[in-house]
Design a binder for this molecule. Structure first.
Ligand SMILES: C[S@@+](CC[C@H](N)C(=O)[O-])C[C@H]1O[C@@H](n2cnc3c(N)ncnc32)[C@H](O)[C@@H]1O
Length: 195
């Protein structure tokens, strides 16, 4: 078991690594991994019976690892990440339920069936939609909505409520959102439910 000092040291190293990646690639869209407050808020939105989860923009795996802690044994988590610096971190997570995809979400969400999930209960997206062209943004949301099972969820966290109208277009009144200020650049966490 690592002691508190070792844990703090590890967390600091991760933050520095994340910052370096962010400074080299604007598409990272954040300066640090999501705070524990953001992670907790997102995990609260996962029903214990959710087995098949897709994560867009998994980064260094700060949320991925926590999802795996609560994912049923026969569950699957597909983590999609574009930035090569983070792929190593994700692949170092030893868990046979995890499938790591090094690609653009826009490509993967068109062919998600190839990963063999019997259904998708929830998609959690941290990709910075504000940096993506409006046409592609709409395409991603449409494809994502279509691939989520009925009564499944789409969770989007980012620095602006930009995607709220998009979620409302598909999920109607079944949309909730939260503001989490305890993050370096506060996040809006938006949750849409499919009927
Ligand atoms: C705001 S960070 C979130 C990282 C991590 N999930 C967290 O909560 O700390 C967004 C992540 O999405 C990735 N990303 C951005 N655009 C992407 C795309 N089109 N496809 C896949 N990943 C993308 C970035 O490289 C970055 O790791």
């Amino acid at each position: 078991m690592p002691n508190v000092l070792q844990l703090k040291n590890f967390q600091l190293k991760n933050k520095v690594k994340f910052l370096k990646a962010a400074l080299q690639d604007y598409k990272v869209g954040a300066l640090t991994p999501s705070s524990k407050f953001v992670v907790r808020r997102i995990l609260k939105e996962l029903n214990p019976e959710y087995k098949f989860i897709v994560e867009y923009g998994a980064g260094d795996g700060v949320i991925t690892k926590e999802i795996l802690k609560i994912l049923p044994r026969d569950g699957r988590l597909v983590a999609i990440e574009l930035n090569g610096d983070f792929i190593g971190d994700l692949r170092n997570i030893e868990d046979e339920r995890l499938i790591v995809i090094h690609d653009d979400v826009n490509n993967v969400c068109k062919k998600i069936s190839q990963f063999g999930l019997p259904k998708i209960d929830v998609v959690i997206s941290g990709i910075p939609f504000s940096l993506i062209k409006p046409k592609i943004r709409r395409e991603i949301i449409k494809n994502t909505y279509n691939m989520v099972s009925s009564s499944g969820r789409l969770i989007i966290y980012q620095t602006s409520p930009l995607m709220l109208p998009h979620l409302k277009r598909f999920c109607g009144t079944n949309v909730r959102w939260f503001f989490e200020p305890r993050n370096l650049v506060p996040y809006f966490i938006m949750v849409g439910e499919k009927n």
